[in-house]
Design a binder for this molecule. Structure first.
Ligand code: NAD
Length: 360
């Protein structure tokens, strides 16, 4: 047998995926992969990323990793959703509506086992286009029943997570007088700055986009720090809200803040290694997928036809969830990441055993 065919099954096996679907439309130039990791808790939901991968193997690895992450995120968030993700392979500049509709037909063929959403290089317009082919899409425009930009809900959840970290580390969740340094004041970072400013915190910003820095300074005041000095900022909380892979063995030693809590996905360059290094340095890390689940909560409310207030109520619950994760890590002597993974796995295992009990 051709070993290049067997390998993807080995990867599926390794990360424990239920289903991987290859989607192809030669005429429209569509090449996509949909990965369904786990549907124990509900249909697999996760964004569709449009990216020019170096190889199909790279695309497959990415979609397998990302879909597994969604399973854990939904599980810890207490949502009745499983984990899935899709990638469309190609230069985002070649994206067409016809291609997105073809992708939508593949999503439709799964009958609701996978629900798509926005991700890197896909947007609200693309979701509206997919909606013409299938109901299994979220993040569509408000005027066609969508929940709109998830940024504000994500930011509100991150704000709650920051407060939870402060309470565990300092004994008070009050942000007044605390200094919070935010890396990236875009959609989420700006709204987070608003909550912190309203709560009386002192703000420090770092961003590669001068206009976004100016907008934050004009709105809330504060200080600006150069990107290269960000991680050594003297502050109470470092809030990464820009890109992933920003915390690693090369900068952990220079971190002076006792807390890292922000919205960015995949904050740690190497999760296993860096979560241990942070614990050794007594730096409290709020796991990314726990603290940034507010957007997923908004999308879940949209799916269920619940009002936006329900999503905000769920996002407020991130305060308790982050505290639970941090306390579990301390009492079990493990990293915060290991603690949140354990909570997710426990919830899925409980649901799976209930499902088995229902079998004749
Ligand atoms: P955004 O593009 O609106 O904002 C990102 C900001 O980071 C921009 O201002 C950009 O200029 C800045 N930036 C980029 N590279 C930088 C760098 N090297 N140093 C400093 N600043 C830099 O994105 P967003 O929607 O606010 O998302 C921010 C992060 O949160 C991302 O990692 C995203 O995956 C994650 N996240 C977002 C949501 C959401 O609801 N938008 C949900 C979950 C996770």
């Amino acid at each position: 047998m051709d070993s290049t065919v067997a390998e993807p099954f080995a990867w599926m096996h390794e990360l424990d995926h239920e289903q991987v679907v290859y989607c192809h439309n030669k005429e429209l130039g569509l090449k996509a992969i949909i990965a369904i990791h786990d549907t124990t808790l509900g249909p697999a939901l996760g964004g569709c990323r449009f990216y020019d991968y170096g190889s199909e193997a790279d695309a497959l690895k990415d979609v397998l990793r990302l879909s597994r992450g969604m399973t854990y995120k939904a599980a810890v968030a207490g949502l009745d959703l499983g984990g899935g993700k899709a990638v469309i392979m190609g230069d985002p500049a070649t994206k067409t509506d016809a291609m997105m509709r073809a992708f939508g037909r593949h999503v439709a063929s799964l009958g609701g086992r996978y629900i798509t959403a926005e991700d890197m290089n896909t947007n609200e317009h693309d979701m509206n286009t997919i909606r013409r082919e299938t109901e299994w899409v979220t993040g569509v425009s408000k005027h066609i029943g969508g929940s709109g930009d998830p940024g504000p809900s994500t930011a509100f959840g991150v704000f709650q997570g920051v407060r939870a970290c402060l309470e565990v580390v300092y004994g008070s969740s009050d942000v007044r007088g605390r200094t919070i340094a935010i890396q990236g004041v875009g959609s989420v970072g700006f709204q987070l700055a608003r909550h912190l400013h309203e709560g009386g915190a002192k703000l420090v910003y770092s961003d590669v986009n001068d206009r976004n820095i100016a907008r934050a300074m004009e709105s809330f005041g504060g200080q600006v720090v150069d990107g290269k000095d960000f991680w050594a900022t003297e502050c109470d909380v470092l809030a990464p809200c820009a890109i992933g892979g920003v915390v690693h063995e090369r900068n952990i030693g220079s971190i002076r803040a006792p807390i890292i809590a922000g919205s960015a996905n995949n904050v740690l360059e190497d999760e296993a290694r860096d979560s241990v290094l942070l614990t050794e340095q007594q730096i409290t890390y709020a796991p990314d997928y726990v603290i940034n689940a507010g957007g997923l909560m908004a999308v879940s409310a949209e799916l269920n036809g619940w009002p936006h207030e329900k999503a905000m109520e769920d996002a407020a619950g991130i305060f308790d969830t982050v505290k639970r994760v941090l306390n579990k890590a301390t009492s079990a002597g493990i990293t915060t990441l290991a603690a949140s993974d354990a909570l997710a796995e426990e919830r899925i295992a409980n649901a799976a055993s209930l499902q088995r009990m229902r079998l004749p």
